[in-house]
Design a binder for this molecule. Structure first.
Ligand SMILES: [Zn+2]
Length: 202
């Protein structure tokens, strides 16, 4: 926090747009290698919440919650031509994997993919179809991806990055110690207003 120079300031990358798979056809081109991570899904007060598993020392794993495998890429959404993040679970990746391992298709970034979504809720299913045409990613597309500046490791790397930003434990302890020393100088209870002693508010 502090003063910044507006003219030279460059905002931090927000991690990029996520692609939302819509009903019907979603055509994409994968640009990066597959990024693997794990995620905990839980419901808190009726709200769906997902937390990236930090692996070793993960508090949710310690509680016995099982994290699910997730797979992500930077992709180009063929619908609007934008670079986005696509995150999928095993049911989609499994199909991509068999394309990647099929020697008639191969590397996932050498052809477009269509992900067809159908059904709703728990009945949602996805079918992945590869475009029969192999095409190179163009220079313009690479520039677009470069500009989007999406670092999957930063987005999905779990505690790796956020941990560093957490303040050290020592600091708040020192502060609270100083605060309690001050309290000792405030005089005795008779100097305090009645409502403070009874805990009543007005
Ligand atoms: Zn975990």
């Amino acid at each position: 926090m502090g003063y910044i120079d507006d003219k030279t300031y460059e905002p931090e990358s927000t991690g990029g747009n996520f692609m939302k798979l819509v009903d019907g056809e979603n055509k994409i081109r994968i640009v990066t290698p597959t990024y693997y991570f794990r995620k905990h899904n839980s419901q808190e007060g009726g709200k769906f919440k997902s937390v990236i598993c930090i692996g070793e020392n993960c508090p949710l794993c310690a509680e016995g919650d099982r994290a699910k495998s997730r797979y992500a890429w930077v992709i180009i959404d063929r619908k609007d031509g934008q670079a986005k993040i696509l995150e999928v679970g095993w049911s989609v990746y499994e199909q991509m994997l068999s394309l990647a391992k099929d020697e008639e298709y191969g590397d996932l970034n050498t052809y477009d993919l269509k992900i067809k979504k159908s059904g709703e809720g728990l009945g949602t299913s996805y079918a992945v179809v590869a475009s029969p045409k192999k095409t190179d990613i163009t220079k313009a597309e690479l520039d677009l991806v470069g500009k989007a500046d999406i670092d999957l490791d930063k987005v999905f790397g779990g505690g790796k990055y956020t941990k560093k930003e957490e303040p050290e434990v020592k600091e708040p302890f020192k502060v609270s110690l100083a605060w309690s020393e001050k309290q000792a100088d405030l005089g005795d209870e008779s100097d305090m207003p009645d409502d403070f002693l009874t805990g009543k508010e007005d």
